[in-house]
Design a protein around this ligand. Structure first.
Ligand code: FPP
Length: 254
Protein backbone atom coordinates (compact mmCIF):
# COMPACT_ATOMS: atom_id res chain seq x y z
CA UNK A 1 0.00 0.00 0.00
CA UNK A 2 1.29 3.50 -0.70
CA UNK A 3 2.52 5.43 2.30
CA UNK A 4 0.07 8.22 1.60
CA UNK A 5 -3.70 8.08 1.87
CA UNK A 6 -5.71 7.03 -1.18
CA UNK A 7 -9.08 7.92 0.32
CA UNK A 8 -10.89 9.98 -2.34
CA UNK A 9 -14.19 9.59 -4.20
CA UNK A 10 -14.45 5.85 -5.02
CA UNK A 11 -17.28 6.37 -7.54
CA UNK A 12 -15.27 8.70 -9.76
CA UNK A 13 -12.34 6.39 -9.44
CA UNK A 14 -14.39 3.34 -10.47
CA UNK A 15 -15.72 5.11 -13.58
CA UNK A 16 -12.21 6.20 -14.54
CA UNK A 17 -11.24 2.52 -14.38
CA UNK A 18 -14.07 1.51 -16.73
CA UNK A 19 -16.13 0.05 -13.89
CA UNK A 20 -19.75 0.60 -12.89
CA UNK A 21 -19.54 1.82 -9.29
CA UNK A 22 -23.01 0.44 -8.54
CA UNK A 23 -22.03 -3.10 -9.51
CA UNK A 24 -18.72 -3.55 -7.79
CA UNK A 25 -18.36 -6.60 -5.57
CA UNK A 26 -18.87 -5.90 -1.90
CA UNK A 27 -16.63 -8.80 -1.03
CA UNK A 28 -13.76 -9.96 -3.25
CA UNK A 29 -11.67 -12.99 -2.34
CA UNK A 30 -8.35 -14.00 -3.86
CA UNK A 31 -6.49 -17.31 -4.01
CA UNK A 32 -2.93 -16.05 -4.42
CA UNK A 33 -1.25 -18.80 -6.45
CA UNK A 34 2.05 -19.09 -8.31
CA UNK A 35 4.61 -17.64 -5.89
CA UNK A 36 6.84 -20.72 -6.09
CA UNK A 37 6.67 -20.91 -9.88
CA UNK A 38 7.50 -17.22 -10.21
CA UNK A 39 10.66 -17.70 -8.17
CA UNK A 40 11.66 -21.01 -9.76
CA UNK A 41 11.43 -19.50 -13.25
CA UNK A 42 14.14 -17.10 -12.16
CA UNK A 43 16.23 -19.86 -10.62
CA UNK A 44 15.51 -18.47 -7.16
CA UNK A 45 14.29 -20.07 -3.94
CA UNK A 46 10.49 -20.37 -3.71
CA UNK A 47 10.51 -18.08 -0.66
CA UNK A 48 11.41 -15.09 -2.78
CA UNK A 49 8.13 -15.53 -4.64
CA UNK A 50 6.26 -15.16 -1.34
CA UNK A 51 8.21 -11.98 -0.53
CA UNK A 52 7.54 -10.49 -3.97
CA UNK A 53 3.89 -11.53 -3.53
CA UNK A 54 3.50 -9.03 -0.70
CA UNK A 55 3.76 -6.26 -3.35
CA UNK A 56 0.69 -7.69 -5.09
CA UNK A 57 -1.09 -7.82 -1.71
CA UNK A 58 -0.43 -4.08 -1.35
CA UNK A 59 -1.52 -3.32 -4.92
CA UNK A 60 -4.83 -5.21 -4.66
CA UNK A 61 -5.61 -3.84 -1.19
CA UNK A 62 -4.96 -0.30 -2.40
CA UNK A 63 -7.23 -0.85 -5.42
CA UNK A 64 -10.02 -2.04 -3.09
CA UNK A 65 -9.62 1.07 -0.93
CA UNK A 66 -9.66 3.34 -3.99
CA UNK A 67 -12.80 1.65 -5.36
CA UNK A 68 -14.62 1.43 -2.05
CA UNK A 69 -14.75 -2.38 -2.05
CA UNK A 70 -15.62 -3.05 1.55
CA UNK A 71 -14.14 -6.50 2.06
CA UNK A 72 -11.12 -8.32 0.62
CA UNK A 73 -10.28 -11.82 1.82
CA UNK A 74 -6.87 -13.22 0.87
CA UNK A 75 -5.98 -16.92 1.14
CA UNK A 76 -2.59 -16.38 2.73
CA UNK A 77 -1.98 -19.77 4.37
CA UNK A 78 -4.19 -22.85 4.16
CA UNK A 79 -4.50 -25.59 6.76
CA UNK A 80 -2.79 -27.86 4.19
CA UNK A 81 0.15 -25.44 3.86
CA UNK A 82 1.44 -26.67 7.25
CA UNK A 83 2.65 -29.76 5.34
CA UNK A 84 5.14 -27.71 3.30
CA UNK A 85 8.86 -27.99 4.17
CA UNK A 86 9.61 -26.54 7.60
CA UNK A 87 11.93 -23.89 6.14
CA UNK A 88 9.21 -22.56 3.83
CA UNK A 89 6.58 -22.51 6.60
CA UNK A 90 8.99 -20.66 8.92
CA UNK A 91 9.81 -18.16 6.18
CA UNK A 92 6.13 -17.52 5.48
CA UNK A 93 5.38 -17.02 9.17
CA UNK A 94 8.29 -14.55 9.53
CA UNK A 95 7.11 -12.75 6.41
CA UNK A 96 3.54 -12.49 7.71
CA UNK A 97 4.70 -11.07 11.05
CA UNK A 98 6.97 -8.59 9.24
CA UNK A 99 4.17 -7.55 6.89
CA UNK A 100 1.63 -7.11 9.68
CA UNK A 101 3.96 -5.00 11.80
CA UNK A 102 5.30 -2.94 8.87
CA UNK A 103 1.95 -2.17 7.26
CA UNK A 104 0.12 -0.76 10.30
CA UNK A 105 0.86 2.95 9.56
CA UNK A 106 -0.21 2.59 5.92
CA UNK A 107 -3.34 0.66 6.85
CA UNK A 108 -4.24 3.43 9.29
CA UNK A 109 -3.63 6.12 6.65
CA UNK A 110 -5.90 4.32 4.20
CA UNK A 111 -8.74 3.31 6.53
CA UNK A 112 -7.95 -0.40 6.20
CA UNK A 113 -9.21 -2.66 8.95
CA UNK A 114 -7.18 -5.86 9.33
CA UNK A 115 -8.97 -9.04 10.39
CA UNK A 116 -8.15 -12.75 10.15
CA UNK A 117 -9.96 -16.08 9.92
CA UNK A 118 -8.73 -19.63 10.40
CA UNK A 119 -7.27 -21.74 13.17
CA UNK A 120 -5.33 -18.78 14.49
CA UNK A 121 -4.28 -20.62 17.65
CA UNK A 122 -2.01 -22.81 15.46
CA UNK A 123 0.06 -19.79 14.40
CA UNK A 124 3.43 -19.12 16.07
CA UNK A 125 3.46 -16.61 18.92
CA UNK A 126 5.19 -13.89 16.87
CA UNK A 127 2.44 -14.01 14.22
CA UNK A 128 -0.33 -14.06 16.85
CA UNK A 129 1.12 -10.98 18.53
CA UNK A 130 1.68 -9.14 15.22
CA UNK A 131 -1.89 -10.04 14.25
CA UNK A 132 -3.27 -8.82 17.58
CA UNK A 133 -1.34 -5.55 17.21
CA UNK A 134 -2.58 -4.99 13.65
CA UNK A 135 -6.18 -5.92 14.46
CA UNK A 136 -6.27 -3.68 17.47
CA UNK A 137 -4.53 -0.71 15.79
CA UNK A 138 -6.81 -0.79 12.74
CA UNK A 139 -10.13 -1.73 14.38
CA UNK A 140 -11.75 1.62 13.48
CA UNK A 141 -10.86 1.42 9.78
CA UNK A 142 -13.97 1.85 7.64
CA UNK A 143 -12.68 1.81 4.03
CA UNK A 144 -11.77 -1.84 3.36
CA UNK A 145 -11.71 -4.82 5.68
CA UNK A 146 -8.59 -6.77 4.69
CA UNK A 147 -9.24 -10.28 5.99
CA UNK A 148 -6.35 -12.74 5.94
CA UNK A 149 -7.28 -16.43 5.82
CA UNK A 150 -4.49 -17.99 7.91
CA UNK A 151 -4.24 -21.66 8.77
CA UNK A 152 -7.63 -21.67 7.06
CA UNK A 153 -9.57 -24.63 5.73
CA UNK A 154 -13.19 -24.40 4.63
CA UNK A 155 -14.05 -27.87 5.92
CA UNK A 156 -12.45 -27.04 9.29
CA UNK A 157 -14.61 -23.92 9.42
CA UNK A 158 -17.81 -25.90 8.76
CA UNK A 159 -16.84 -28.56 11.32
CA UNK A 160 -16.13 -25.87 13.93
CA UNK A 161 -19.50 -24.22 13.23
CA UNK A 162 -21.37 -27.57 13.54
CA UNK A 163 -19.54 -28.37 16.76
CA UNK A 164 -20.40 -24.97 18.21
CA UNK A 165 -24.10 -25.44 17.40
CA UNK A 166 -24.08 -29.01 18.79
CA UNK A 167 -22.53 -27.76 22.05
CA UNK A 168 -25.17 -25.06 22.35
CA UNK A 169 -27.91 -27.65 21.72
CA UNK A 170 -26.46 -29.99 24.38
CA UNK A 171 -26.45 -27.08 26.86
CA UNK A 172 -30.12 -26.49 26.02
CA UNK A 173 -29.46 -23.02 24.57
CA UNK A 174 -30.96 -23.89 21.18
CA UNK A 175 -33.32 -26.58 19.96
CA UNK A 176 -31.78 -28.93 17.33
CA UNK A 177 -34.77 -28.35 15.06
CA UNK A 178 -34.11 -24.60 15.13
CA UNK A 179 -30.76 -25.12 13.37
CA UNK A 180 -31.13 -23.75 9.87
CA UNK A 181 -28.89 -22.15 7.24
CA UNK A 182 -28.89 -18.83 9.11
CA UNK A 183 -27.82 -20.52 12.37
CA UNK A 184 -24.95 -22.32 10.62
CA UNK A 185 -23.95 -19.13 8.77
CA UNK A 186 -23.74 -17.15 11.99
CA UNK A 187 -21.47 -19.78 13.56
CA UNK A 188 -18.82 -19.45 10.81
CA UNK A 189 -15.48 -17.69 11.38
CA UNK A 190 -16.77 -14.95 9.08
CA UNK A 191 -20.25 -15.16 7.54
CA UNK A 192 -20.07 -12.54 4.76
CA UNK A 193 -21.03 -13.87 1.33
CA UNK A 194 -18.32 -13.55 -1.33
CA UNK A 195 -19.23 -11.97 -4.68
CA UNK A 196 -16.13 -12.88 -6.64
CA UNK A 197 -13.28 -15.33 -6.18
CA UNK A 198 -10.16 -14.60 -8.21
CA UNK A 199 -7.41 -17.21 -8.57
CA UNK A 200 -4.07 -16.45 -10.15
CA UNK A 201 -1.56 -18.67 -12.01
CA UNK A 202 -4.31 -19.91 -14.33
CA UNK A 203 -5.57 -22.51 -11.84
CA UNK A 204 -9.28 -23.24 -11.57
CA UNK A 205 -9.69 -24.90 -8.20
CA UNK A 206 -11.35 -23.65 -5.04
CA UNK A 207 -8.91 -25.51 -2.76
CA UNK A 208 -11.15 -25.56 0.32
CA UNK A 209 -11.54 -21.75 0.31
CA UNK A 210 -14.73 -20.24 1.76
CA UNK A 211 -17.05 -23.09 0.62
CA UNK A 212 -20.11 -21.62 2.34
CA UNK A 213 -19.48 -17.94 1.67
CA UNK A 214 -18.54 -18.45 -2.00
CA UNK A 215 -21.52 -20.69 -2.82
CA UNK A 216 -22.84 -18.13 -5.34
CA UNK A 217 -19.60 -16.31 -6.10
CA UNK A 218 -18.38 -15.70 -9.63
CA UNK A 219 -15.06 -17.47 -10.20
CA UNK A 220 -12.39 -15.75 -12.28
CA UNK A 221 -9.02 -17.25 -13.09
CA UNK A 222 -6.15 -15.07 -14.22
CA UNK A 223 -3.01 -16.30 -15.95
CA UNK A 224 -0.55 -14.08 -14.07
CA UNK A 225 1.46 -15.63 -11.28
CA UNK A 226 0.64 -13.88 -8.01
CA UNK A 227 3.95 -11.94 -7.66
CA UNK A 228 3.38 -10.37 -11.10
CA UNK A 229 -0.37 -9.76 -10.61
CA UNK A 230 -0.88 -6.01 -10.83
CA UNK A 231 -3.55 -3.45 -10.02
CA UNK A 232 -4.47 -3.44 -13.74
CA UNK A 233 -4.89 -7.23 -13.66
CA UNK A 234 -7.20 -6.86 -10.67
CA UNK A 235 -9.22 -4.18 -12.49
CA UNK A 236 -9.48 -6.50 -15.53
CA UNK A 237 -10.87 -9.24 -13.25
CA UNK A 238 -13.44 -6.79 -11.89
CA UNK A 239 -14.47 -5.81 -15.43
CA UNK A 240 -14.91 -9.51 -16.24
CA UNK A 241 -16.99 -9.88 -13.06
CA UNK A 242 -19.21 -6.99 -14.15
CA UNK A 243 -19.72 -8.70 -17.51
CA UNK A 244 -21.20 -11.76 -15.82
CA UNK A 245 -24.92 -12.22 -15.25
CA UNK A 246 -25.52 -13.27 -11.65
CA UNK A 247 -28.71 -15.29 -11.37
CA UNK A 248 -28.44 -17.05 -8.01
CA UNK A 249 -30.24 -20.07 -9.44
CA UNK A 250 -33.14 -18.02 -10.88
CA UNK A 251 -34.10 -17.21 -14.49
CA UNK A 252 -33.98 -13.70 -15.92
CA UNK A 253 -37.16 -12.08 -17.21
CA UNK A 254 -35.52 -9.75 -19.74
C1 FPP B 1 0.63 -19.99 -3.12
O1 FPP B 1 1.71 -20.02 -4.03
C2 FPP B 1 0.86 -18.96 -2.09
C3 FPP B 1 0.97 -19.20 -0.75
C4 FPP B 1 0.85 -20.55 -0.17
C5 FPP B 1 1.27 -18.13 0.21
C6 FPP B 1 0.74 -16.78 -0.08
C7 FPP B 1 1.53 -15.77 0.65
C8 FPP B 1 1.90 -14.55 0.21
C9 FPP B 1 1.44 -13.97 -1.03
C10 FPP B 1 2.84 -13.68 0.97
C11 FPP B 1 2.43 -13.22 2.29
C12 FPP B 1 1.00 -12.85 2.41
C13 FPP B 1 0.55 -11.72 3.00
C14 FPP B 1 -0.89 -11.51 3.17
C15 FPP B 1 1.44 -10.69 3.50
P1 FPP B 1 2.58 -21.33 -4.19
O2 FPP B 1 3.75 -21.22 -3.30
O3 FPP B 1 1.72 -22.55 -3.95
O4 FPP B 1 3.00 -21.25 -5.68
P2 FPP B 1 3.27 -22.46 -6.69
O5 FPP B 1 1.95 -23.13 -6.93
O6 FPP B 1 3.83 -21.79 -7.89
O7 FPP B 1 4.26 -23.39 -6.02
Amino acid sequence: MPATSVLSDPHTHARACGLDPARLPRHAAVIMDGNGRWAKRRGWERFLGHRKGTESVRAVTTACVELGISRLTLYAFSSENWHRPRREVDYLMDLLAEFLRGEIPTMLDNGVRLTAIGQLDRLPAQVVSALDAARSATRDGTATNLCLALSYGGRDELVAACRQLAQRAVRGEIAPESIDAEALRSALYSPEDVDVVIRTAGERRMSNFLPWQAAYAEFIDHAALWPEFTRDDFLACLREYQGRERRFGCVTTS
